[in-house]
Design a binder for this molecule. Structure first.
Ligand code: NAP
Length: 462
């Protein structure tokens, strides 16, 4: 009877998770998607508490309080700009849970003499994927937060030594299937997988970390699938498969939007000294043309068609509310304002959509790259706010540029451009941007929020 109740609850939870993923695909329904997923998780957790194998609850209560004490501040106080590293930390926790369950189950099976090859295969896979996801995610979070060097760290024969370690892990895995009670092999496999997590992330630059985080998300999902098989738990299998598949799809989508192969992201050491040196050659040698907030405001105030390009700098300065206020002001004066959304603007997919939605920018104002690119030639003023790589013409004009081939917003085709940034610094890829040296571009230097506040007050007076 109880088992039937649990399975029905799992079915309801699975339905909610799948629907949540569907609904999450659109900004206007994404909040509902999150609520559905949270409800699904609550149902799955409560149902699991009735499982016959749970004989006492006090450690579970301790776990709930510990989890809430860590989870609440992570959810409430971490700023949007730190979201990629926060997600990486969450993956580390999820994978740690899978790894510990794997270890616990193996220990339980070993002491009760209940280890068969199928069961151990699932446990070994769980520990292998879980272990490398724990350390890999911690490394990714460290790089994104700046606790570790962002530059790729490389050493001779790096890829070869990584493949050797991977080979040892695979041999250990096969060994465990043949000799299920070989516990020292199980421990070696765990240690090797922890080391692999550190070593595979070491040579990847900070700019590529979101792709890695999403890939590690997929590994954590696959570890959960293995846990589901080991514990004979259907909801873990379903959720893990959804997590694994969406993580892989997202990683591939991000690589595609940056026009980089998956192998190049994982083994290309993008952002290393050699790449930066090539990038420096991209400099035009011209001069940037600064503009005052007053002049920039006059141009914005009398423009008929304005396109705003938000980038990572907008997120850093948390200027989403000011940009919405400026857009509203221009529209009140009869101008038409649209926001151009590049798929990898910012540091994670959907970064700009989330920020602008939070500030109340209407969804129909957010225009995807392909659609807005056709509109630039008829745009009077493009306001680039803290975006750099995603508007760099070198991506389509300079075959020697490291970002060559990356699809960009064709801002340089507009009548005029006002670019807001703090100084002459480069974007995340370390590549010089010739757009900022272009004749029709004016530079409004300063923190994005500060400059927007000035622009707003000047437009009001214009
Ligand atoms: P970007 O190339 O990193 O440029 C951001 C610009 O913002 C910088 O040039 C910086 O110039 C400026 N800035 C920083 N803080 C600012 C502030 N407080 N006020 C005003 N300006 C500020 O950003 P992007 O154009 O959005 O491109 C995103 C990059 O991330 C791409 O290289 C993309 O491939 C990579 N990436 C994105 C994702 C994703 O999913 N979104 C995933 C992986 C990689 P100053 O220092 O001069 O101010």
């Amino acid at each position: 009877m109880t088992d039937t109740f649990i399975q029905i609850a799992y079915l309801v939870a699975a339905f909610l998770f799948i629907n949540a993923l569907r609904v999450l695909g659109r900004p206007e329904t994404a909040r509902r998607g999150m609520q559905m997923a949270a409800l699904g998780m609550l149902i799955a957790v409560v149902a699991t508490l009735f499982h016959a194998r749970i004989v006492e609850y006090h450690w579970i209560v301790v776990g709930i309080f510990a989890g809430a004490a860590i989870g609440y501040p992570l959810g409430m106080f971490v700023p949007m700009t730190a979201m990629p590293q926060r997600i990486a930390i969450s993956h580390a926790f999820g994978a740690l849970a899978a790894t510990l369950v794997g270890l616990g189950e193996y220990h339980h099976g070993f002491t009760t003499n209940h280890l068969d090859s199928g069961h151990v295969a699932a446990l070994a896979l769980e520990v292998l994927l879980g272990g490398l996801t724990v350390t890999g995610s911690i490394m990714a979070a460290g790089k994104l937060q700046g606790w570790l060097p962002q530059k790729p760290i490389t050493f001779p024969f790096q890829n070869i030594s990584n493949f050797i370690l991977l080979g040892i892990a695979v041999i250990g895995f096969v060994w465990m299937i043949i000799v299920p009670d070989a516990w020292p092999v199980f421990i070696v496999m765990l240690v090797v997988s922890l080391a692999i997590g550190v070593l595979i992330v070491l040579p990847i630059g900070g700019a590529d970390m979101p792709v890695v985080v999403s890939l590690l998300n997929a590994y954590a999902g696959l570890a959960a699938v293995a846990t589901g098989f080991a514990l004979d738990n259907n909801i873990l299998i379903i959720v893990g498969a959804l997590d694994g598949a969406s993580g892989i799809i997202l990683s591939l989508a991000m690589s595609k939007a940056m026009n980089r192969s998956f192998a190049n992201v994982l083994f290309g050491a993008f952002g290393s000294d050699s790449v930066a040196a090539t990038a420096a050659d991209g400099s035009t040698g011209g001069e940037m043309k600064p503009v005052s907030a007053e002049d920039a405001a006059l141009r914005m105030a009398y423009a008929k068609r304005v396109v705003i390009v938000p980038g990572y700098g907008l997120a850093v300065s948390q200027a989403q509310h000011q940009v919405r206020e400026l857009a509203d002001l221009i529209e009140k004066r009869g101008g038409d304002v649209k926001f151009a959304i590049h798929p990898v603007a910012g540091r994670m997919p959907g970064h700009m959509n989330v920020l602008l939605a939070e500030a109340g920018v209407a969804y129909d104002k957010l225009i995807d790259m392909d659609e807005i690119n056709e509109k630039f030639p008829e745009t009077d003023v493009v306001l680039v706010i803290g975006a750099n790589d995603v508007v760099n013409p070198a991506a389509s004009t300079n075959p020697s540029s490291p970002i060559y081939g990356m699809p960009i917003l064709k801002v340089s085709e507009a009548q005029s451009v006002i670019a807001m940034k703090r100084g002459p610094g480069k974007g995340f890829s370390g590549v010089e941007n010739e757009l900022f040296f272009d004749e029709k571009t004016s530079m409004l230097f300063g923190d994005a929020k500060q400059s927007l506040v000035e622009l707003i007050s000047q437009v009001k007076e214009a």
